[in-house]
Design a protein around this ligand. Structure first.
Ligand code: GLV
Length: 309
């Protein structure tokens, strides 16, 4: 029995080796060269072509190769009643935390101004602002949001979080629902988007949301480009309300070379690299999920299709 691998972004060789080192019995077929559809028990996917998961009579698991699963729901011909699992991996989480902490500290210590002065050979001392002047709001408080929140709290930041449903978390102030969204925005000098992309979160970071943020606020998006209305962000930065943004994800990826974000002095652009799945770390979860579905149990990190994550 085998796993079907479908991804242009991940290495099939690394995944095949990582899976074989855990269970040499697991066969590995790479789309579109898969030859034995009846052998396929699990599909390991990142942005698979629509319809590619049909015609697999023994498919028991659709496992995302990333933390997000929005790419799976883009397929209008997804097989019905096959459990879908998110990937929750400590290495991926660690990378995301590193990246967000980098962005938050860069903003907090005004690395943009320091670099600007350096380019002018200007010995300009930009004094650190008190950490209380950088209140951080995190949208989405799943595995990655919580780990990020904890790291920022440990650094001394005042952190608040927002989720769809109520949640309680130690040192982090929690908000939920539409009213909570406004309350969180009003108090976020640095806003971090770590939400799953669903029908409810698409376009949430729009002109109204930006206007609700305090003057000079800074936006970090490491979730999906579609959470944010790019024109609204540009307008809010260019009219001086927001001080800038740090973006890893975009509506169109790769970001077109003529896109205004590339050369914007107040926007940091990185090419969707905040967290990249590492096969050697994540493979054990895939093998474990395969074992679970084989005995009729739900996989770990099961997605609820009615909410989309
Ligand atoms: C990356 O964007 C992921 O979903 O893991």
């Amino acid at each position: 029995m085998s796993i079907l691998f479908i991804s242009k972004a991940d290495s099939p060789t690394e995944w095949q080796q990582a899976l074989a080192s855990l269970d040499p019995e697991i066969g590995f077929q790479v789309w579109p060269d898969s030859r034995k559809p009846e052998d396929i028990e699990a599909a390991l996917v990142w942005k698979h072509p629509p319809g590619a998961l049909l015609g697999l009579p023994n498919l028991k698991l659709i496992q995302s190769l990333g933390a997000g699963v929005d790419h799976i729901f883009m397929d209008p011909r997804l097989p019905k009643n096959v459990p879908i699992a998110r990937l929750v991996d400590s290495e991926l989480t660690r990378q995301m935390v590193e990246y967000v902490v980098l962005a938050v500290l860069s903003r907090h210590r005004r690395l943009d101004l320091i670099r600007g002065a350096q380019l002018l050979r200007d010995w300009q001392v930009i004094p650190p602002v008190p950490i209380s002047c950088s209140r951080v709001g995190i949208l989405g408080f799943g595995e990655i949001g919580r780990a990020t929140g904890n790291s920022l709290v440990n650094l001394g930041f005042k952190v608040a979080s927002w989720t769809r449903t109520p949640h309680t978390v130690g040192a982090v102030t929690s908000y939920h629902g539409p009213e909570g969204f406004t309350s969180l925005l009003e108090k976020s000098d640095i806003l971090i988007c770590l939400l799953p992309l669903t029908a409810k979160t698409r376009g949430l970071l729009n002109a109204e949301a930006f206007a609700t943020l305090p003057t000079d606020a800074y936006v970090i998006n490491v979730a999906r480009g579609a959470h944010l209305i790019e024109q609204d962000l540009l307008a809010a930065i260019d009219n001086g309300h927001l001080s800038g943004a740090w973006l890893d994800v975009f509506d169109a990826e790769p970001l077109p070379s003529n896109h205004p974000f590339w050369a914007h002095p107040k926007i940091v652009v990185t090419p969707h690299l905040a967290g990249l799945t590492v096969a050697s770390s994540a493979a054990s979860q895939v093998v474990h999920n395969l074992q679970l579905v084989r005995i009729g149990k739900p996989p770990q990190n099961l997605v609820d299709p009615t909410v989309g994550y």
